[in-house]
Every structure is written in structure tokens, then in C-alpha cells.
Write a protein of this length. Sequence first.
Length: 234
Amino acid sequence: MPQCLNTPMITGIERLRVFTDPDGRHGNVLAVARDCAAFPDQASRQALARELGLSETVFVDDPDDGAVDIYTPGLRLPFAGYPLIGVAWLLELERLSLPVGTIAARHDQDRTWITARAEWAPPRTLRQHSSPDEVNGLAIPEPGEWIYAWAWENEGTGHIRARGFPGRGDGIDEDEATGAAAMLLTHHLQRPLTITQGRGSQLFTRPLPHGLIEIGGRVCLHDEHDGLATIGLS
């Protein structure tokens, strides 16, 4: 397992940061619950996700089959990007099983990758801006619309600056890194991308045939005392 910041198990929950930069900074904080006997139904899982207050919490139902269950503080998700990359890294999985289907995972040097269909990603509004500075200066919008704001940093090399605003009104005003939204943008642009999101998280994507998208990034254990937030710039 790659080395990064260490943190102990806290009430049976492991916390990771997914889509860090090369130095292990930034990334979206993910909670992973391996002991699903303690959370046997949707109500108890939703309650834990709400209590933790992170962008997403993932429950491992079957580590051998890669069966997982994903929750935001307010709802259950049939698919999400960064929790799958995080749990694939943590458990060294080569496949994951979700209601939408089976998802392949692979590990390449310091990055973990998944391959999934773009239509599995929940809908987002992809909103292009004229410059990275314009994206950086955006205020958090009112809840109601899930917005992925982006601009080219270097169109020739496929480098993008992005921020993600879930708009759910569940306490997560901005996601530090958002795998599903990056997949939708990659499907829209039909080219490989290197995305810098939030405070400095890094996501890597490429389109594949038949509507598939591969997305990857670096993962490390989260230190509760490192001062990182799950909210973005504002």
C-alpha cells in the first residue's frame, strides 16, 4: 500500500483522501466502513454518513466481490467516482460491484484507476468559464443545481481548472474533488484530461470506446490533524 500520512481507526471508520497532489496534499476526504454488521441497513448507514458530514461515506458489504454501498450526508448514490477509487486503493481491489454494474479497477505506480460508463454518473451542469481566475473567483451558489465549473488552463495539453458545487443543501457546499463530474466532462470533451479541482486536488481521465471513461488519481490515509477541509476555496 502506498505510504502517506497515518491515522488510526476512529470508531471503526477509516478515512482516506482521494485525488491528492504528488506530495499527498489536498484530496477529498472519504470515510470507509468495513464492519457493515454495525450498519446493517440503509437507515443506519445514512445516519452515519450524516453524522460524519463528509462528501461521501462508503460501506464495504463484500470485500471479496468488491460490493460497496455509497452515501452522501443526505442520500444514497448508485454510483460515485472518488469513493470507488478510494476503496479500490484501500482494499487493493481489481473490481467493484454496484447496482449500476461491475467496475474494473487497476493500480499503476502511484495512481489507482477505475473504468465506468459516463451515464452512470449523476447529472451535473457542466459550466465552462473563460479563465481559471474566473473559476477561482466564483462564489458558492445557492442550493438547487449541481454545477461543475471549469476552464481551460492549457487546452493544448488538456489541463483544466475546475470546482464542483453539489447544490444539495446537505452541508457540503463545495466538493474538493469530484470523480463523477470529471467523467461527464471527459465524455463531453472526448479527450484525456488533467484536472485540478478545489484547493489543489488532481484528477486524471481519458475516454475509452463504447462510452467508457477511465479516471484515476492518488490516494492516501487521512490525518485528522492535518487541517485539511472537505470544502473548496470559498
